[in-house]
Ligand binder design. Sequence first.
Ligand code: 13P
Ligand code: SF4
Length: 303
Amino acid sequence: WPFFAPYIKAINDLKEQRNAVILAHNYMTPEIFHCVADKVGDSLQLARLAGETDADVIVQCGVHFMAETSKILNPEKTVLIPDMEAGCSLAESITGADVRLLREAHPGVPIVAYVNTSAEVKAEVDICCTSANAVQVVESLNAPKVILLPDQYLAQYVASQTDVEIITWKGACEVHERFTGEELRAYRESDPNLRIIAHPECPQDVLAEADYTGSTSQMTKWIEDNKPAKVVLVTECSMADNVAADIRDVEFVRPCNLCPHMKRITLAKILDSLVFMREEVEVDPSLIERARASVERMVNLNS
Ligand code: 13P
Ligand code: SF4
């Protein structure tokens, strides 16, 4: 990638000067994922890594809620996001006021927020979860009924895996809700040996076709462990690009849906971030402690 080389060198040099770490989500494009990221992972791994780093500056290559989670866990550090507009349809689907109304409507029912939410929402709930641990978090509450918001599809998936009654919200991921069971059945008919692995943000008719459902990093692990000859990754486009670069003997079929928010993060913007120390992510001090309690309860669940 000759065009990228000067950016990659400049970013890696500046990282050292600034004592900065680049945390990148699995949906970053390959030149970010493979050439400038210090650590990569799913939302749960990134939250854990943010809590462990001793860098002075965190450059979050992902969407805003991920950078906010890093800031919540590191209020004393500088957390930068290369594009402040990198949002998420799930995080935008619910407010703190909505959560307060839900709590009033369902007194005594514990509330779990998917990490794909704002700090304001995290401050109102009892615990967070990610796609990697949602079932475990829900069951850890030892309650017959749990509110899991805002992703209706993640909630339906969790409900299918547990006896706990799940109440949810009407949010959806604009990327994963576009996949259909019909399109996956067509792939399967074209090759019966094909393995389908899907993210739990997909609708139920899609998950019904899947051989495995898991978070972005759990998908990678499943492919490494099972080494299928041919696999369909039912998730964001860059995932297959990144995994295919590391796992050479598996053929990837790519029913590709791009996340426009993740794709706002580019090498040029990462370089700008480190040169000008922007865009700095701040969290309202009146929210940070309560939001941190919800994130830490999740992070500490298994550690
Ligand atoms: P993961 O936690 O599985 O990486 O998912 C984050 C996300 O935004 C998926 O759309
Ligand atoms: Fe949000 Fe979906 Fe993009 Fe993930 S893929 S950041 S859930 S809009």
